[in-house]
Ligand binder design. Structure first.
Ligand SMILES: [Fe+2]
Length: 328
């Protein structure tokens, strides 16, 4: 322990104060040096420990076996006579290349424009230029070409709001007489004019429930729900997830969209709209540019139902699947 320096008794008070301050500063400096030395010792020890840590080496995870996986395509909103021929041709080319096992048609395969609300066509002669016969012929031609391009695919058909318009019209025209309405529906509805039964294609109506689900028009395949659409929101994918709380593929809004969300109860879930195969700017939209996009969805589905979904855009009549394939 240092002893305080004694000043001669004759020293002035000022000199004594100065000496005391110098002694205080010296004690402070010694304390700081000791603290820095302790810190340095801790840092050196931490570095030494870090040097000795053994980490397991980083290795790529082994890819899952793919035996039993299937390829599923999801496509919708062809709109019959209002189809985009270049987009349809691009899609069919990819179908031939992919040879899918399963195809889900997402509805609005026929446009049924004559059965639509009047405000959609009023005042535009060009919009009413096609007949229902033309419309059904275009949808039939598409189904023929699809079956030829994918001979081993199981095809399922979800009713869209446009096909449903025929049923609504039949009910209105028959003054809601159910048996007459059903007779008219069987004569006019796309389900029958497209000969789906003969083609072996099941048709899921918007007025019936399937797969033990409580919402009509929805089917469940593996770990995903499929339906025509339940919202036209700008953020339809997010809204769809909010309402289904499960993986969902939907159509109806005509624009490719994806949203993934993590939920505490179910983990990560996704909603996808692959886009449409119809014209991107119909006259009934008047001068408002649409945000529609052409495309379809491709899914690789494992035996346990888990799946990868990718939306394939078709832009200016060209599918972008080719660029993905060439990079693999
Ligand atoms: Fe549609």
């Amino acid at each position: 322990m240092k002893s305080r320096k004694l000043l001669p008794p004759a020293a002035s008070l000022g000199a004594q104060l100065k000496a005391a301050r110098a002694e205080h500063r010296e004690r402070e400096s010694q304390g700081e040096i000791a603290a820095l030395r302790r810190q340095l010792r801790h840092t050196v020890a931490a570095l030494e420990r870090a040097r000795r840590v053994k980490l397991s080496p980083l290795r790529p995870a082994r890819a899952r076996p793919t035996k039993g996986d299937i390829t599923r395509l999801c496509v919708g909103d062809l709109h019959g006579a209002k189809r985009n021929p270049a987009a349809v041709a691009a899609f069919l080319g990819d179908v031939k290349l992919l040879q899918p096992d399963h195809i889900i048609l997402g509805g609005d395969i026929a446009d049924c424009g004559g059965f639509l609300a009047q405000h959609h066509t009023l005042g535009y002669v060009a919009e009413t230029a096609y007949s229902y016969e033309d419309d059904i012929a275009a949808a039939n031609q598409f189904l023929d070409a699809l079956a030829a391009a994918a001979p081993r695919a199981r095809i399922e058909f979800l009713e869209g709001n446009h096909e449903r318009r025929v049923e609504t019209w039949c009910i209105t025209e028959t003054l809601r007489h159910p048996r007459d309405a059903e007779m008219l529906r069987k004569a006019l509805a796309p389900e029958f004019l497209l000969r789906l039964k003969d083609r072996g294609i099941p048709y899921y109506r918007l007025s019936e429930c399937y797969d033990g689900l409580s919402v009509p028009g929805v089917i469940k395949r593996g770990k995903c729900f499929y339906f025509h659409g339940i919202t036209t929101s700008k953020h339809a994918a997010a809204m769809t997830l909010l309402r289904t709380s499960g993986n969902s593929v939907y159509f109806h809004t005509h624009r490719a969209q994806t949203d993934l969300q993590r939920r505490v109860s179910v983990g990560v879930i996704g909603a996808w709209n692959p886009g449409c195969l119809c014209e991107l700017q119909p006259l009934w939209q008047h001068g408002a540019p649409t945000d529609w996009t052409n495309g379809y969805g491709i899914e690789r589905v494992a035996r346990d139902g888990s799946f990868l979904h990718i939306n394939i855009p078709i832009i200016e009549g060209r599918s972008h699947l080719g660029s993905l394939f060439s990079s693999l």
